[in-house]
Each structure stands twice: as structure tokens, then as C-alpha cells.
Design a protein around this ligand. Structure first.
Ligand code: FAD
Length: 515
């Protein structure tokens, strides 16, 4: 009896030692680091939350840096502790990740929004650009650059995201067909690597690091500054929507619009199936009080496809722009009675999702689980995908919008880390679902997740050559298959810039101690 008890105690001690070996403990040395900002070891819960509302990993400390040097000092310290410390570091931009990507279980989260770098600086002239902090929100960049009559060329649909957060992925919206994603519109970066070095990089200087970081899922360095290309900003936007019942016609028109010299500055599309409710509507540009307009968007059991276009202009160009739009629209094959137009300011257009955010927040519908699924689908397989999914796996779009639009691969730089399908044109298909908390019905998390799983399985079985955007996997094998032929290069870059795998543990690609 005595022997058995001792054996159990010994066993428990062994487990405790083993757990202790693998679980990082925050060293007191962090407290004595010479930094201008500070560490918080108590108020850390905020850093264990994100927009996805599904994953929560509590860090042991949150760094509120004042400078890039604070970040470098911290990462260098952890790098010098070696693999035995098991400590990891996650940069947290605006926390709009979906699956814990900006979290660090028992590690250090860097609250990028505390960073106080040099002020945002707009450079006018032949090659206009703006120098910003990696923690800057795109909405602030818009406001600042507009003071100079300029603006970035490529956007995301929602602007309350940080530069570091979107450049770690790609940054895609309706302008990408012409300008490429946001990662195609960056000239220079300042980066803190996984060894705690502060490195400036661009196409000409430390170019491998530059391209590694762009679309690099935060794996190679923390972006502390970025230089972003600008163009003259328009004052106004003609915002247009037309509807289709036939997917083939819709896709043909979309592809025609993104090839060659399009009149339009922005092209997106979305799917409407048995649409009801506010959630489905949250990207809507049109006033739902207008009953005549709203009735056209009721699909009554059918699947409709909505093409969304925008044309930028200045008031003095109004007449000529109207003429150009008429000519371009006459080449489309939408349902003739469904042409909806509105005219808004450039800011109103770009910041459109924020209006919906305010509405959803007021109804308690913003901070709910978001089981989003974003796919990049080769053009040659988009028809079969649409046939299998819309109206079949997916019989309504009441849980949130479904975006679908093509982009040109030629506008993406193949030196970056981003993983794309193997065709010249591919579609972004984004299932932007919100789940009703604690519902077990078709608006509940379990149902939406199983729907996502079926869609992914179908892509796999039919060999559609689909890649996930904002990818998330739990096993090494899945990551390898996501990267495909790019895996070796990705691993090589990781071993060069973050050999101890300290950075971005929330992506679950590498374990600390790698290399
Ligand atoms: P976080 O969630 O804080 O971080 C995201 C990842 O980037 C993490 O891995 C983090 O460690 C890393 N990271 C953060 N800051 C840095 C840094 N400075 N340096 C290096 N790594 C860093 N995406 C699109 O492309 N197009 C869209 O139209 C679009 N619309 C969206 C709309 C909404 C409402 C939401 C919630 C998201 C949308 N996204 C879109 C996705 C969005 O681009 C990503 O989720 C992005 O990562 C969020 O930025 P963030 O600042 O909140 O980053």
C-alpha cells in the first residue's frame, strides 16, 4: 500500500517536472529589461481574445512597447535565453485574427498599438508614399494621406486593421485586380527579426527578408515601419450593383472586367441565397429603407449573384465619367432591371464596413464567434465549385455575406511568402459567417463549422487546387500540403530569420526550439 502510494507520488512528480520543462515560465529578467515601455503581467486577458471569438490562449505577459527598440530588446532577450525557455512572442495588431493567430499561450504578446514611432509622414512628388508605423490602422492612413490629396492604392474591405496585420497576410479587396494586394504596394519595411535585430529591407536591400515578411504570417519578423505607395485620391465614387441569376454569365462578366483596361476601379461580387436579416446584409451599400431596391435583393429561394463595381471620380469629371460607366455597363449581361447606383464620398466608400460594424455592435452581433472561411480558387474550377456549394451545401446566406471575385495573379509578386493557386486568374471566395452564441441550429457554430468542413472536403476530393487565405491548420502535414512546393523555402526562411521559432506561435506552423 505504502509502496503504491509512493509510486503514485513519484509518477505525479515526474509529470509535474515534465510539464514544467515544456511550459514556459516568465523569467523575472523581463522585468529588468531596459525599455521605455512596460510589461503588464496582470492585465493580459485582452490579449487572449480576437475577432474570431473561438480561441483563447492566455499569455504570461503583455509588452506595451514605446519603440521598435523595446520590441528588439525583448525578442533578443528571449532569443538569448535559447530554446530551453519555451517562451514565444506574438505581435498583436488590432486583434482581428480569426483563430488565435495573434495569441501566445503563456508567452509574450506585444501590444503593437502602444508603439510610438516617428509620426506618419506623407511624401509627395513623382513617387508619392507614406511612412507609417507597423501598428497604424489603415483608416488613419486614409485620413492623413487625404490631407495631401493622396491615398494608398490597394485596400481591405474593412480599414480598422493594422498595417502589420494585413501585410502579414496579403490585404485583398476590389482594387486588387488592378493594383495587386496590399503586399504588392509596399516599398520598404523596418522589421525586428526572431533574433532581435532591427533590419531595414526593400526590393534592393535585404530583399529576401522583405519578401519573406510580406504574406509571411508573422513568422519572420515583426513589422515596425512600412513605406506604402500612394496615388492621387479621388473625391467621389459611383457605386454600382447589378444582379445575375446565372453563375456562368456573372463570372464571365467579372473576368471580362478584370482583364485589360477596365473603366472601373473596384470589382467585387457576392452571393445571395434565401437572404434574410441584418447579418447577411452587413456589407450592403444600399439603404434598406428603400423598399423597391430592397425587394430586388430578396432571392426567394433562388441563388442570385451580385456584381459590385466602383468608379472613382472628381466632381468636374462627372459628365464624362457617367458616359464611360454607361458604355461599360452596356457590355454586361446582368438582369436588365437590376441596376442600382449610388454616389458617395471616397471615404464613405472605403470605410463602408465600419458603418455596419457600428450597427452590429449596437445589436450585440459583432462580438460573436466568427467561423470564417476564405478560399483562393483557380478560375478553371470556379464553376464546379459554385455548382457544388451554392444552393447545395449552402442553402441560405443568412449567417453572413459570401464574397466572390477574381483577381489577376500577374499583380502578385511571386517572391513573397503568400501561397496562391497555380493559375493566372483565381477567385477569392470568402464565407464571412457569424454564429449565434449557444445556438444549436443552422445559425450555430457547430453547424457552420461542419458546413465549412464539407466545403473543404469537397475541394480536396475534387482536387480543385484551392488554397486557404488567412490559413489555419493544426498539423505539420496540413501546413506542408498548404505550402506545397514552397514549403522548403518557407522552412529555410524561418531557419534564417527566426531559428528558434519564437515568433507568431499562434499560427501553429513551427514549435519553439525549431532548427
Ligand atoms: P492581428 O489579428 O492583430 O494579427 C494578425 C497576424 O499578423 C498575427 O499572426 C500577428 O502575430 C501578425 N502581426 C500583427 N501585427 C504584426 C506586425 N506588426 N508585424 C508582423 N506580424 C504582425 N483581409 C483582407 O485581406 N481583405 C479584407 O477585405 C478583409 N476584411 C476583413 C474584415 C473584417 C471585419 C475582419 C475582422 C478581417 C478582415 N480581413 C480582411 C482579415 C484581416 O486582414 C486579417 O485578419 C488581419 O490579420 C487583421 O489585422 P490585425 O491588425 O487585426 O492583425
Amino acid at each position: 500500500m505504502h509502496f503504491l502510494r509512493n509510486l503514485i507520488i513519484l509518477f505525479l512528480i515526474c509529470i509535474a517536472i515534465k510539464i514544467n520543462l515544456c511550459v514556459p515560465t516568465i523569467p523575472s529578467s523581463l522585468k529588468t529589461l531596459p525599455i521605455d515601455g512596460h510589461f503588464d503581467f496582470k492585465q493580459v486577458h485582452h490579449a487572449a481574445k480576437d475577432f474570431g471569438n473561438r480561441y483563447s490562449f492566455l499569455p504570461s505577459a503583455v509588452l506595451h512597447p514605446k519603440s521598435a527598440s523595446d520590441i528588439a530588446t525583448t525578442v533578443k532577450h528571449i532569443w538569448e535565453m535559447g530554446p530551453g525557455s519555451h517562451l514565444t512572442v506574438a505581435a498583436r495588431g488590432h486583434g482581428h485574427s480569426l483563430q488565435g493567430q495573434a495569441q501566445a499561450h503563456r508567452g509574450v504578446v506585444i501590444n503593437m498599438e502602444s508603439l510610438q514611432g516617428p509620426k506618419m509622414k506623407v511624401h509627395t512628388g513623382n513617387f508619392p508614399h507614406v511612412d507609417v508605423s507597423g501598428s497604424e490602422l489603415w483608416i488613419n492612413i486614409l485620413h492623413e494621406t487625404l490631407k495631401h490629396g493622396l491615398a494608398p492604392k490597394s485596400w481591405t474591405d474593412y480599414l480598422h486593421l493594422t498595417v502589420g496585420g494585413t501585410l502579414s497576410n496579403a490585404g485583398i479587396s476590389g482594387q486588387a485586380f488592378r493594383h495587386g494586394p496590399q503586399i504588392s504596394n509596399v516599398r520598404q519595411l523596418e522589421v525586428v527579426t526572431g533574433k532581435g535585430e532591427v533590419v531595414n529591407c526593400s526590393e534592393k536591400q535585404n530583399s529576401d527578408l522583405f519578401y519573406s515578411v510580406l504574406g509571411g504570417l508573422g513568422q519572420f519578423g515583426i513589422i515596425t515601419r512600412a513605406r506604402i505607395s500612394l496615388e492621387p485620391a479621388p473625391k467621389m465614387v459611383k457605386w454600382i450593383r447589378v444582379l445575375y441569376t446565372d453563375f456562368a454569365t456573372f463570372a464571365k462578366d467579372q473576368e471580362m472586367l478584370i482583364s485589360g483596361e477596365s473603366t472601373f476601379d473596384y470589382t467585387e461580387g457576392f452571393v445571395i441565397i434565401n437572404r434574410t436579416g441584418l447579418l447577411n446584409n452587413w456589407r450592403s451599400s444600399f439603404n434598406s429603407n428603400d423598399s423597391a431596391q430592397a425587394s430586388h435583393f430578396k432571392s426567394d429561394g433562388r441563388t442570385l449573384f451580385c456584381l459590385e463595381l466602383a468608379k472613382y471620380f472628381n466632381p468636374e469629371e462627372m459628365a464624362i465619367v457617367n458616359q464611360e460607366i454607361m458604355t461599360s455597363l452596356s457590355q454586361l449581361n446582368h438582369i436588365p432591371s437590376t441596376l442600382f447606383q449610388s454616389q458617395v464620398s471616397y471615404i464613405e466608400f472605403l470605410d463602408r464596413v465600419h458603418i455596419s460594424e457600428i450597427k452590429l455592435r449596437s445589436k450585440g452581433l459583432w462580438e460573436v464567434p466568427h467561423p470564417w472561411l476564405n478560399l483562393l480558387i483557380p478560375r478553371s474550377n470556379i464553376h464546379i465549385f459554385a455548382q457544388l456549394v451554392f444552393g447545395n451545401i449552402l442553402t441560405n446566406t443568412s449567417n453572413g455575406p459570401i464574397l466572390i471575385y477574381p483577381v489577376n495573379k500577374s499583380k502578385w509578386d511571386n517572391r513573397t511568402s503568400v501561397v496562391l493557386p497555380e493559375e493566372d486568374v483565381f477567385y477569392l471566395v470568402a464565407f464571412l459567417s457569424s454564429a449565434a452564441p449557444s445556438s444549436t441550429g443552422s445559425d450555430g457554430l457547430e453547424h457552420i463549422l461542419s458546413q465549412n468542413k464539407r466545403i473543404l472536403e469537397l475541394c480536396e476530393i475534387d482536387g480543385l487546387g484551392v488554397k486557404q487565405y488567412l490559413p489555419h491548420y493544426s498539423t505539420n502535414g496540413e501546413w506542408r500540403s498548404h505550402f506545397g512546393p514552397q514549403w522548403e523555402a518557407f522552412v529555410h526562411r524561418k531557419s534564417t530569420y527566426d531559428p528558434l521559432a519564437i515568433l507568431a506561435p499562434g499560427q501553429r506552423i513551427f514549435q519553439k526550439g525549431f532548427g
